[in-house]
Design a binder for this molecule. Structure first.
Ligand SMILES: Nc1ncnc2c1ncn2[C@@H]1O[C@H](COP(=O)(O)OP(=O)(O)OP(=O)(O)O)[C@@H](O)[C@H]1O
Ligand SMILES: [Mg+2]
Length: 256
């Protein structure tokens, strides 16, 4: 088994006259927490969108766990073993926290529509398993007490953790988190850090977009810095932090 979980090379994406990504390439080892940072508009979310099949890149090649991988439809991406959260939270607002997680789990089920309509024993068993797993995941991210609350009634920080639970429900090898700490207070950030550490210990790899430099530097094994769609620097947090190109980019935009 290769120890590289994700290898991306030469990814480019243009929107009209704007080159949002130019020849970006990263390699993530299994079990790493890999940071993707850069000023606003650098192309970080675009990279996630390309990786998870929301945008079609103009060029680029992808390998997941040593096999060619083509990000296409969102559920195919989940089946391949990649899950993500969104910078602008995308939960089903009127569904409960538990139901939101169950939706995530459904990509891994087998009974299908016929089973659901006929309510076959296989379907019922699977539904019970899904419910149980969803409860475990709410517990895992620390929001079990809100299982039956509509997701829109949860605090911002708890909605972000619910998104993580939903992503974990697909049982991903790689989980991509787009600014999970945004809108969280200091206490919530400490809990988030513990959660990310736990996810890593449970044999998953994490790709993290984050503006909180302290969080990134404390958590990540490696970091790539994007600026205007270009890869400015890659390395350990210490290497990247002392790279003059990075310092200039951040100071040039007023810091991030
Ligand atoms: N669907 C789109 N159509 C047109 N332009 C887009 C689209 N998506 C992103 N862009 C542009 O591409 C650039 C990169 O955007 P992106 O959202 O990837 O940045 P980001 O690094 O995630 O920034 P932030 O830190 O603010 O979230 C921006 O200039 C943005 O306006
Ligand atoms: Mg973004």
């Amino acid at each position: 088994m290769t120890d590289t979980i994700l290898k991306v090379a030469n990814v480019s994406k243009r929107f009209g006259g704007l080159q949002a990504l130019s020849d970006v390439g990263i390699e993530i080892k299994r079990g790493q927490v890999y940071g993707l940072i850069g000023p606003n508009g650098a192309g970080k979310t675009t990279f996630f969108n390309v990786l998870t099949g929301l945008y079609t890149p103009d060029s680029g090649s992808f390998e997941l766990a040593g096999k060619p991988y083509t990000p296409t439809a969102v559920h195919e991406v989940a089946k391949a073993g990649i899950a993500r959260t969104f910078q602008n939270i995308r939960l089903f607002a009127e569904m409960t926290a538990l139901e939101n997680v169950m939706v995530g789990r459904h990509v891994r089920t087998h009974s299908g529509l016929i089973g659901a309509v006929l309510r076959t024993p296989g379907f019922k068993r699977e539904e019970a398993e899904i419910t149980e797993r969803a409860r475990e995941l709410l517990e895992y991210v620390g929001i079990a007490k809100f299982a039956d609350f509509k997701s829109r009634t949860l605090s911002y920080g708890d909605q972000r953790r619910l998104e993580i639970a939903r992503a974990l429900a697909t049982d991903p090898q790689l989980i991509a988190l787009d600014e999970p700490a945004a809108g969280m207070n200091a206490t919530e950030k400490v809990l988030l850090r513990e959660l990310i550490d736990r996810i890593r210990k449970d044999n998953r790899t994490i790709l993290l977009i984050e503006h909180d430099v302290k969080l990134v530097m404390g958590l990540c094994d490696r970091v790539t810095v994007l600026d205007y769609g270009k890869q400015l620097s890659s390395g350990t947090p210490a290497e990247v932090q002392s790279d003059p190109k990075v310092i200039e980019a951040y100071l040039g935009t007023g810091g991030a």
